[in-house]
Design a protein around this ligand. Structure first.
Ligand SMILES: [Zn+2]
Length: 301
């Protein structure tokens, strides 16, 4: 069975991954209604479940390798994700496009996601839209589009029909000290900021993050955690402005980085994450007239 679990309501169970869902593992959420069931983000540890988890549908918050790592271990009728992430779930080409992996790294990244994360490509997977509701009998799961991390990133509001209990599953809005991740080709800083503005409107008894925090109890604690998480964005911008006190090329900025602490940059995709993130902050600072470029180097205006 999985490392540990916690029941949040008669319908909702959190299946914790190892070390509170530390990457590459994560925390999955099982929702069993009176006539249907779903598992949200089946993680790597699903492969250790005996007997296998059996549900009518797998729902993903988004199509990243760690969130779909347990799909192959779950017995399920259907696998669904927001339609903007659907190509990444259906084929490896779609997944590589979502990441924005440089051609030279595609083979190695493909090996990583297929061997370590059990990625199969699910051509029959289906897409849903913002606001779609999955009625499971006595409890429902509502998709709330929360883009930025990926284009299709979705949080789920799980609510008992009698209104007695509500849980929000936040996916990779993981409320970690790392802060928001918008380092893929199909990520967006602007969309992530809009999502962060929207999140406090989701009032619930519990909030489940895929990594790190696990379960947060109560709306007040959730809003505090969102604020602390969001603070990483201005912190990165300040780091970039600090670097631009002297003229630097884009490549020099990427070498130093604003996202990962020194010595913690992941070997395979870390450079790409820094480049995508710096590009997004830089674009905004240039637009605002705070940074100028002579075509080669950037510096404070
Ligand atoms: Zn992710």
């Amino acid at each position: 069975m999985v490392a540990s679990q916690r029941s949040l309501s008669p319908y909702v169970t959190v299946l914790f991954g190892h070390e509170q869902g530390k990457y590459p593992d994560g925390n999955s959420v099982l929702v069993r209604g009176t006539h249907s069931s779903v598992v949200i983000d089946p993680a790597l540890s699903m492969h250790a479940a005996t007997p296998p988890v059996e549900v009518d549908r797998v729902l993903l918050t988004h199509a990243h390798e760690d969130h779909l790592a347990g799909v192959a271990a779950v017995v399920a009728g259907e696998v669904s994700v927001h339609h903007r992430d659907l190509p990444a779930l259906q084929s490896i080409d779609g997944l590589m496009a979502l990441y924005g992996v440089p051609v030279a790294a595609v083979a190695e990244m493909t090996a990583l996601v297929t061997e370590r994360f059990h990625y199969k490509g699910w051509p029959d997977a289906t897409g849903f839209d913002d606001g779609d509701v999955f009625d499971l009998g006595g409890v429902s799961v509502r998709a709330v589009h929360a883009p930025g991390h990926t284009g299709g990133h979705t949080v789920y509001v799980v609510e008992s029909d009698d209104g007695s209990h509500r849980t929000v599953v936040t996916g990779d809005i993981d409320l970690s000290s790392f802060g928001p991740y918008y380092g893929d080709a199909q990520s967006s800083l602007e969309e992530f900021e809009a999502t962060l503005q929207m999140l406090p409107s989701l009032v619930a008894d519990h909030y489940v993050t895929f990594h790190h925090k696990g379960v947060i109890d109560g709306h007040e604690s959730f809003v505090e955690a969102v604020d602390a998480f969001a603070a990483a964005i201005p912190r990165r911008e300040a780091a970039l402005l600090h670097l631009l006190r002297e003229p630097r090329t884009f490549a020099e900025l990427c070498d130093i980085g604003i996202v990962y602490r020194p010595g913690t940059r992941p070997p395979l995709f870390g450079d790409g994450v820094e480049a995508h993130s710096i590009e997004r902050h830089l674009h905004r600072l240039v637009e605002a007239g705070r940074v100028v470029s002579d075509g080669t180097r950037y510096e404070l205006a």
